[in-house]
Design a binder for this molecule. Structure first.
Ligand code: ADP
Ligand code: MG
Length: 365
């Protein structure tokens, strides 16, 4: 079995209004795939990181009449949604078509561009809808050799509870249960999986899921930046001539904001959230650190996958049977220096993780 490192990309977004109003300076710079961040209080103090990809989406764009971000001619450096998709999305699609599991994670502080990169807004479609477009295109193009089925599910992890974003009422029932099976590993029991045959259908489901997420958050007086959103696309390909079935799972994860959770809401909520909400994010960090240690040959006794819901569900994506990509999103501003530096360090650790992906194929039943 061949080893395969987690691929890491960093992306820096434009200044937002708050940063502009504060007269922020940009402390991030990129040259090809290396990123340098400068301490605003000590400009001599710079740290550089070398990732697989670095996307400069900071400036040099304008929004056209439809709201689409297009690069300004004067500055062709703005990395748009298409160029991010070409590097990260195409590879995931190819892997999935070959029968590998694939995972894409977006990590960064709230407001840094995770959802923009993963899902996108309006005409600026992100990785997930672009991936679906291309997936169904590929399926149509390959009809002679294989018969394909796609299943879509979408959930939220909040306070260590799994909420099905495609079915009503799962929130009131206190969340879905996680189960474990020898073959399958961890999975969510009773999660709705919807068979899909077009990208439009997937987009509608995503809209439905996003609506459920925000209304539910408002209802619970919660902030959706504190929850994780996980989409699972299952692809089943039946090759009738060869009598082979290939199955791949694509996990698409928009993680909770990585910033230290500042408390708001009632005291009870705060206590509950303090312990549980970020149990998943904290445990993810612990799992990544442990796996990074394994990769450099340190003795590690225990990888704490079982300590949180998120790490259970992502077990195969982290050091297992998956090809995994992380996109680390950054604010360019001096006022976010600490958070951005911590995001870069986190991503650097994730880059050391080695997976062992295999093609999931078996004789057609
Ligand atoms: P997050 O999901 O990390 O909380 P968002 O993706 O919602 O953050 O981004 C916050 C804001 O920044 C949004 O208004 C979004 O349109 C804008 N933004 C983020 N990334 C980019 C980018 N690469 N190019 C242009 N605008 C961006
Ligand atoms: Mg978001």
């Amino acid at each position: 079995i061949s080893k395969d490192c987690v691929r890491v990309a960093a992306r820096v977004r434009p200044f937002n209004k708050r940063e502009k109003d504060a007269g922020s300076r940009c402390v991030v710079s990129m040259v090809s795939s290396s990123i340098t961040i400068q301490d605003p209080r000590d400009p001599q103090n710079r740290r550089s990181f070398c990732f697989d990809f670095a996307y400069w989406s900071h400036s040099g764009f304008f929004q056209d009449r439809s709201g689409l971000f297009v690069p300004e001619e004067a500055d062709g450096r703005y990395a748009d949604q298409d160029s991010v998709f070409q590097d990260l999305g195409e590879g995931i699609l190819e892997n999935a078509l070959q029968g590998y599991n694939a995972t894409l994670l977006a990590y960064g502080q709230t407001g840094s561009g995770k959802s923009y990169s993963m899902v996108g807004y309006g005409p600026n479609k992100g990785l997930v809808p672009k991936l679906c477009d291309r997936l169904f295109e590929a399926i149509r193009g390959n009809q002679e050799t294989r018969q394909c089925q796609v299943f879509f599910s979408m959930m939220e992890i909040y306070n260590e509870q799994v909420i099905d974003l495609l079915s009503q009422g799962s929130r009131t029932s206190g969340g879905l249960r996680i189960r474990e099976e020898q073959q399958r590993g961890f999975y969510v029991e009773g999660l709705r999986t919807v068979p899909c045959d077009s990208a439009q259908q997937v987009e509608q489901l995503m809209e439905q899921g996003t609506r459920t997420r925000t209304t539910a958050a408002t209802h619970m007086n919660a902030n959706s930046s504190r929850s994780h959103m996980l989409i699972i696309l299952q692809l089943k390909q039946i090759f009738s001539k060869e009598n082979i079935t290939k199955q791949s799972n694509i996990n698409l994860v928009d993680l909770a904001g990585s910033e230290r959770q500042r408390s708001c809401g009632s005291e009870a909520d705060r206590l509950k959230e303090g312990t549980a909400i970020n149990l998943s994010l904290t445990t993810l960090g612990n799992v990544i650190s442990a796996l990074a240690d394994v990769a450099v040959g340190r003795k590690v006794i225990h990888i704490p996958y079982r300590d949180s819901v998120l790490t259970k569900l992502l077990q195969s994506a982290l050091g297992g049977n998956s090809r995994t990509v992380m996109i680390a999103t950054l604010s360019p501003a001096d006022i976010c220096y600490e958070e951005s530096l911590s995001t870069l360090r986190y991503a650097e650790r994730a880059k050391r993780i080695q997976n062992r992906p295999v093609v999931n194929e078996s004789p057609t039943e």
